[in-house]
Design a protein around this ligand. Sequence first.
Ligand SMILES: [Fe+2]
Ligand SMILES: [Fe+2]
Length: 441
Amino acid sequence: MAANQTYLPGQFQRGQWLRVDAAKILKRFFFCERSLVKTQAGWLAGIADFEVKLALPYHFWQDALTAHALRERVFELKFPSRMLEIGDDQSLIDIFEESANAPSGEAFVLSLARVYKPALLAAYREYLSQADPLAEGPVLRALRVAVDEKAEQIAVLTQFANDMFKVSPEKRHEAEAWVSALGERLGQVGGLSIEPPQAVDNPVELPGRTEFQLAQVPARDSRFHLCRYYWPDVVDPDFPYGDGMQLQLRSAVSHFNEVWAVESGGAVLNAFAEELEWEFMYDAARWTYDEARHTRMGYDRLRSWGYEPQELPLGSHIYDSAHGQDPAVRLGMLHYFETKNIGKKTKRANAFGSYQDRVSQHDMDFDWADETIHAHYGKRWLDALRELYPERVPDMEVIRETCETLVAAQVDSATEAERDETRQIAQAMIDKARQVSRAVN
Ligand SMILES: [Fe+2]
Ligand SMILES: [Fe+2]
């Protein structure tokens, strides 16, 4: 009977993937993005260049949004299962994980520009060209956005790599060798594509490979005035926080100095990616990106008032105070010191409004909204960590005391020369501000 049956044809391109086929490919993309979110975050403290340090959080926030859309779509396609396993993609994901072990920050940026982001861009283009828009519409929009973002990221990262090699030409040879070996290794598994990767018996050596470690001493851009304490009131209780013009300056310098929060956000994202899993990485990516925006707000205001980079103090004492500590302490620092002044922000925004300093008011106003989100992140994830490790992570009050004590120890270790240095930088900024405001008024 069946042999004589005739049917309408259905071998059309549109039907090539069933739910499970699409889910397997999207899951592969998710794990690649996830690896890079984690390694980009981990490298922030180890990269000196200010522009790169602030651009990477923007990039991995975008990557996290793409990853999130991919992950949600995989769950929809595999309902009711919410299992995500690397499985057959292990040989490929191992290569993405290797990005962490770059021999230098320059090599890391070059690998993103030349190997990893282009691989994702090509894979997304391939997927978009083959996927059925009727079945897959909900995720295709995210992939189209990702294609635009990846293309832009590659252009920016390529420029960054060139800029970094101009400053440190001696790093180029090692970086090129490592990156080209990564490219070969990616080729060995068949690249990142809609096809599953192949297992490889003899992966090529990665010359210069250096096991990742968080930079406990942050790399900072030497164009700025690098110091431990960025304003005299940190180490001198008699120096006023100030109002009027001094408050305008102090607030911009504080914003600019949120570099420590950028580095700490990246450090905790990297440290707890496995234990706290994706939801945490997703929040931490946004958190770190926000801190990068706050840093740039301060920098932008200071530049608008005519300050040159070398006139700007960039301090390290808060990041330094968690040197060698459990990463939970860095999470505590980020939560506690960034939200401590939240109550003062609206008052300060109003003060700036009364000075007709609209841009400081605007920055403080938006900063307030971000910090409100961060207060929630901090509580959520410190609670989650305490639940996982009750022995290791104390309650909020004890974390707060630990953070206070560590920072106080950093402050107490200030030498007279450092106090003088901080006062001098601040005084020079105040003098210049007087000139600028006289010229305007
Ligand atoms: Fe902030
Ligand atoms: Fe914050």
